[in-house]
Design a protein around this ligand. Structure first.
Ligand code: NAD
Length: 263
């Protein structure tokens, strides 16, 4: 008996086997979940396809979340194939790389709007469509980062977007809660992925976390996957509106570990 037996879920944001979405997909599939994957564009299909197949899924649907018609087509296809849906993982974020360095104050209006649309509004747009397919409750999960709470070097407009994403988790939890649908976020520690490599000095940030988090290490995709399993399964049945940190404890630290090597 698996924790996710009989549950069907959509995984959004799988780019490759380094993606956080991959850690989560593996964890829920191992517990019996049936999965569909959305991917951003044809260029990604050659990576996403074989990964999805490894987990026994042949339901791969293109979706650019900045395009309403593309979102509609994704959920139409899911409705045709499955009828109902139990969970969604939204592991998507994007900003212009050239503004993930330097000063936040320089953010351009066009990039501000795009970052907010792809990294924040898309989760609301997904919830809007997914709730219609969740007849017997459900669980929706997004990914956020500590840069929403405190200033992190170079995170800039993404930090502002993650703060808005975390606020939207609360409002969505209230709206969907009466239908037994839960909405949560995982605030993941730094992990080397495609998206993360766009952030200035990312290696330094990774090392800093390793030296200064209570567990004196960074976290893995698989560890985020295990916590996601809790939030997506009945183990988390009374948890909603929550931002759960999976960051080796980094968020509780107030200053540099005095024993950490100078960097
Ligand atoms: P990743 O590059 O593997 O995944 C990002 C995904 O976003 C990609 O699959 C990409 O195709 C997708 N995406 C971007 N724009 C899109 C669009 N318009 N339409 C559809 N998909 C789009 O990187 P990741 O680190 O696994 O990122 C997943 C989530 O985790 C993001 O929200 C990120 O901010 C968050 N996160 C990452 C870290 C980290 O250190 N890596 C830490 C905390 C939170």
């Amino acid at each position: 008996m698996g924790l996710m037996d009989g549950k069907r879920g959509l995984i959004m944001g799988l780019a490759n086997d380094k993606s956080i979405a991959w850690g989560i997909a593996k964890a829920v599939a191992a517990e019996g979940a049936e999965l569909a994957f959305s991917y951003q564009g044809d260029a990604l299909l050659k990576r996403v396809g074989p990964l999805a197949e490894q987990l026994g899924s042949n339901l791969m649907i293109p979706c650019d979340v900045s395009d309403e018609a593309s979102l509609d087509a994704l959920f139409k296809k899911l409705e045709e194939e499955w009828g109902t849906l139990d969970f969604v993982v939204h592991a998507i974020g994007f900003s212009d790389k050239s503004e993930l360095r330097g000063r936040y104050v320089e953010t351009s209006p066009a990039n501000f709007e795009m970052t907010m649309n792809i990294s924040v509004y898309s989760f609301t747009a997904v919830c809007q469509r997914a709730e219609k397919m969740m007849n017997e409750g459900g669980s929706l999960l997004t990914l956020t980062y500590y840069g929403a709470e405190k200033v992190m070097p170079h995170y800039n407009v993404m930090g502002v977007a993650k703060a808005a994403l975390e606020a939207s988790v609360m409002y969505l939890a209230e709206d969907l809660g009466r239908d037994g649908i839960r909405v949560n976020a995982i605030s993941a520690g730094t992990i080397k992925t495609l998206a993360a490599s766009g952030i200035g000095d990312f290696r330094y940030i990774l090392k800093w976390n390793e030296n200064n988090s209570p567990l004196r290490r960074t976290v893995t995709q698989e560890e985020v996957g295990k916590s996601a399993l809790y939030l997506l399964s009945d183990l988390g049945s009374a948890v909603t509106g929550e931002v759960h940190h999976v960051d080796a404890g980094y968020h509780v630290i107030g200053m540099k570990n005095p024993e950490a090597p100078d960097m």
